[in-house]
Design a protein around this ligand. Structure first.
Ligand code: NAD
Length: 250
């Protein structure tokens, strides 16, 4: 498969792309996230049960993420996004990650407005936990709290993260972009977390209808949804991806 300057590419990244920057994935921790059960620290029920634990967990993630840098995979994607935008094509970058390494990579390559959709939310953002509150989510780098943070309305604030059991952000826009893409690439995602893991199936449906639609997986091991991809390329994202993009070929 060769890319051109006018290719329309949809890239979905997962925790694996940030692994070489030093942020641990779920998979290499036996389903535990930094020693915690995911349902305790990343679910609405966990927050309702113990908001202090949840805030402590995300405060630690923020502190850790403030010290990490993008790796060659993030940088290669940022450059590619910039290059294709100039050539009339596009790289629509959608991430399941809550870190800001794609944004950092965008700045590193001089992109003023890197376009990244965080379907599972952002680590450095906070919002009110009350659904009916009209206060908007805001950028928040705090990682030390003397008390649980509260909104002006009096309700607890919560990390602006999509927890298990919640619906990812902007699904309509994401599906629209997948349908408009010639090529769908997933990088470093176990293929176990839905609906993200099901997006590749849109390319299968389109191929079945005779449309041109290619899907490629790049990551350390075969994902659970490997059979939906046309091609699975095994390796570390930071080692494999830059070469594939530079060669204009996957
Ligand atoms: P996952 O942890 O379920 O799977 C990670 C995948 O990355 C695995 O298949 C693994 O083989 C692969 N991988 C590990 N190291 C790699 C490398 N160097 N190069 C390429 N691939 C590598 O992650 P997921 O599928 O993204 O789903 C987990 C959920 O966890 C997501 O919703 C995400 O929001 C959240 N999460 C985010 C972060 C982050 O923001 N960095 C970190 C952990 C978990």
């Amino acid at each position: 498969m060769f890319f051109t300057q006018t290719s329309k590419v949809f890239v979905l990244t997962g925790a694996g792309i940030s692994a070489e920057s030093g942020i641990r994935t779920f998979r290499d921790a036996n389903g535990l996230w930094e020693e915690h059960r995911v349902e305790d620290v990343a679910s609405p029920e966990g927050f309702a049960r113990d908001p202090k634990l949840v805030w402590k967990f995300y405060a630690q993630r923020r502190k850790q993420a403030l010290g990490v840098k993008p790796n060659p995979a993030h940088v290669a994607l940022a450059r590619w996004q910039q290059r294709l935008a100039l050539g009339g094509g596009r790289v629509f970058l959608c991430t399941q990650n809550v870190d800001d390494l794609h944004e950092q990579a965008g700045k590193e390559v001089g992109s003023t407005t890197p376009q990244i959709l965080h379907m599972h939310g952002e680590l450095f953002a906070t919002r009110c936990s009350k659904v009916s509150c009209t206060t908007l989510p805001f950028r928040d780098e705090r990682f030390e709290f003397t008390a649980l943070p509260r909104c002006e309305c009096g309700a607890l604030q919560r990390p602006h993260i999509v927890w298990f059991g919640e619906i990812p952000f902007e699904m309509d826009r994401i599906k629209h972009q997948v349908r408009a893409a010639d090529v769908f690439i997933t990088v470093g995602s176990s293929g176990a977390v839905y609906p993200a893991a099901g997006l590749v199936r849109e390319m299968e449906y389109r191929k079945a209808r005779g449309e041109s639609a290619t899907s490629i997986y790049v990551g350390l091991e075969r994902p659970e949804n490997a059979s939906s991809f046309d091609q699975v390329i095994l390796g570390k994202a930071g080692e494999v991806l830059p070469g594939l993009i530079e060669a204009g070929q996957i």
